[in-house]
Design a protein around this ligand. Sequence first.
Ligand SMILES: Cc1ncc(COP(=O)(O)O)c(C=O)c1O
Length: 358
Amino acid sequence: MNFIDLAAQRDQIRPQIEAAMARVLNTCGFIMGPEVTNFEKSLATFAGAKHALACANGTDALLIPLRAWNIGPGDAVFVPSFTFVASAEVAPLVGASPVFVDVLPDTYNMDPASLEAAILDVKKQGKLKPRAIIAVDLFGQPADYPAISAIAKKHGLKLIADQAQGFGCTLNGKQPLDWADVATASFFPAKPLGCYGDGGAILTNDDSLAGLIDSIRIHGKASIEDMAAKKYDNDPRYLNMRIGVNSRLDALQAAILSEKLKIYPDELTKRDAIAQRYNAGLGPHVRRVPTVIAGGFSNWAQYTIESEQDVYSVYPTAPGGLPVTEDIRNRVMSLPMHPYLSEADQALVIDAVRSFNG
Ligand SMILES: Cc1ncc(COP(=O)(O)O)c(C=O)c1O
């Protein structure tokens, strides 16, 4: 049994995927172009976002908005201590410092009380300037956005919803972007919405931020606003306004993702049904089955994640340390989870876990 069975999904939609790839081969439009634009439109519609900007991976999707906001040396970026390393990695990549915030013992997502304590502590110490919060939808379920966004607003901080794992999750029927300045996605193959290589996306409802992000992802090319200000009407790629990066989603991946996005709503329903079966079969037998925040819908991405790597031990934490993270990191374990997990395999997993829990 596979932990995540990419072949099962591929076999379901193989003709559509092959046709999509052939489209790109036939046109030789390998970078950006209509496949990427069409995918961005569908993605924005799915996520209820005004703008969806595809990029090279989920890490760049976090990095680029930090660059757009000029976050850098002397700045503090608040991140949960229990996450995949990329959520924290992007802070030192722009020269800023991650400040680690503890998580809640039930949902494993960022603890708003620890967040507020960390912000106040950073302000009191006066060495770093609080600038942004990266909330993570860990294992696929939404963070406590109402509480986190209220804290972000109160302290004048930008809020990124790192949906690399949780793309497709909702809270009270709303998207994380409804509370955040930016939401990000990763299309790494094992992610619930995965491509056949690396890929990512940045979602925002802010027109001028979208222009900046579009510029930064393509070597700092001129945005529409830049072109108007400079009265420049040639190809914007040849007017470089700022230091950017090369972070494009390639057209093959966009074509594949367009097909996968069509079946994603159905896959989310399937994942949820499997999770409910795991919950029912394991609830009485294990210490804890996943707790989803009230009103939350999870995409049930499943990962076994370790955080707090030694290289990050030099960075600040919320006052009092990270007791919840320290405690749960030794205990979590993820189970096989993908939309095509057969009922027989679900039963096998449930029996196996029950047996080693006595
Ligand atoms: C929470 C989280 N953030 C960011 C990333 C980075 O995504 P990518 O691997 O596409 O760069 C990942 C995934 O690997 C992740 O799980």
